[in-house]
Every structure is written in structure tokens, then in C-alpha cells.
Design a protein around this ligand. Structure first.
Ligand code: ADP
Ligand code: MG
Length: 160
């Protein structure tokens, strides 16, 4: 996407521990009002990455169920509220308002699986993370900071 200035980082994730390390890196970077769009096929690791991120800002054995059926799960964390969305089953962008979208955007970090469901509500300032298979337990993450988040992604340490 070339809608706004952006900065891209590609990270090999040889095992799930590497994905967890990426979750911790994201956790220290994010602030209320930020949005992370999580892309990739079913089983790519969007929820695994989200779980690791949320555990890194709550506690390491926190219950972090996939929002597959509830569409959203909310957490009180060290970086403020975190709302974890899975919009696969959303019927249209307007339905997201019923989930509390405006509150999430105003006060929380939003982690959004299947962000294409947002249509025009996808904000220009965001971090895109695309997860891809690279073997049975290996993944590759491509991170792009868009708009106001481009500089933060560029300045961050992505050593895992
Ligand atoms: P998604 O939310 O993208 O559909 P999930 O996170 O629910 O995917 O599932 C990813 C599955 O792949 C989990 O069972 C997880 O344990 C497994 N897995 C294996 N290796 C990795 C890895 N390197 N990163 C993330 N998940 C991995
Ligand atoms: Mg998922």
C-alpha cells in the first residue's frame, strides 16, 4: 500500500518463541490510539502473535482466547486498554460500531485480525503485520508502519 509514507521491516520467525519475541517488541512500541492490522491466512499466527503481545503487557500466563467467535476481547494492560479484534465474521464495516469501535479507537491499542473487513474505516496511521508460512513452525513477518507510525517502526529495534 502506498497511501501514506511507510517503512517496512521483514523478520524471519523460525519458531513460536520468535513470534513471542516479536509480540514483546510490539508491546513496548504501542500506545493508546494505535492500531495494528494483522494479515495472513488462517493459521499464519495472527492470534499467536497477539497472545504473546498481550501476555507481555499483562502477565505471562494470562488467558488470551482467540476472538474468533466473540469478534473482540478487551484487556487492561500496562500500556492501557488493548482491544483484540477478529473481524472475519463481520458482515460489514458498520457492524464494527456495535463492538465499541469508537471507544477502542479513542482510548485503546487495537489489534485487528482480518482488517480488510474495516473497508474505509482502516486508519491511515497504522502498523501492518503480514504473517506467512515458511515451514511447519516457521513464519515470516512483514511489518510496515504507515503514516504517523512509519517513523516509530523505523526507529524501533527489531532484533528478536
Ligand atoms: P491465525 O490467527 O493467523 O489464524 P493462529 O495464531 O490461531 O493463526 O494459529 C497459528 C498456529 O500455528 C498455532 O497453532 C501456533 O501454535 C502455530 N505456530 C507454529 N509455529 C508458529 C510460529 N512461528 N508463529 C506463530 N504460530 C506458530
Ligand atoms: Mg486468529
Amino acid at each position: 500500500m502506498s497511501d501514506t509514507p511507510h517503512h517496512t521491516v521483514t523478520l524471519p520467525l523460525p519458531d513460536e518463541a520468535a513470534t513471542a519475541a516479536l509480540g514483546r517488541r510490539l508491546g513496548v512500541l504501542l500506545r493508546p490510539g494505535d492500531l495494528v492490522a494483522l494479515r495472513g491466512d488462517l493459521g499464519a499466527g495472527k492470534s499467536a502473535l497477539s497472545r504473546a503481545l498481550i501476555r507481555s503487557v499483562t502477565h505471562e500466563d494470562a488467558e488470551v482466547p482467540s476472538p474468533t467467535f466473540t469478534l473482540v476481547q478487551t484487556y487492561d494492560t500496562a500500556i492501557g486498554p488493548v482491544w483484540h479484534f477478529d473481524l472475519y465474521r463481520l458482515s460489514g464495516p458498520d457492524e464494527v460500531y456495535e463492538l465499541g469501535w469508537e471507544d477502542a479507537r479513542a482510548e485503546a491499542v487495537a489489534l485487528v485480525e482480518w482488517p480488510d473487513r474495516l473497508g474505509p474505516l482502516l486508519p491511515p496511521d497504522r502498523i501492518e503485520v503480514t504473517m506467512e508460512h515458511d515451514g511447519p513452525d516457521a513464519r515470516r513477518a512483514t511489518l510496515t508502519g504507515h503514516g504517523a507510525l512509519a517513523a516509530r517502526v523505523a526507529a524501533a529495534d527489531w532484533t528478536l
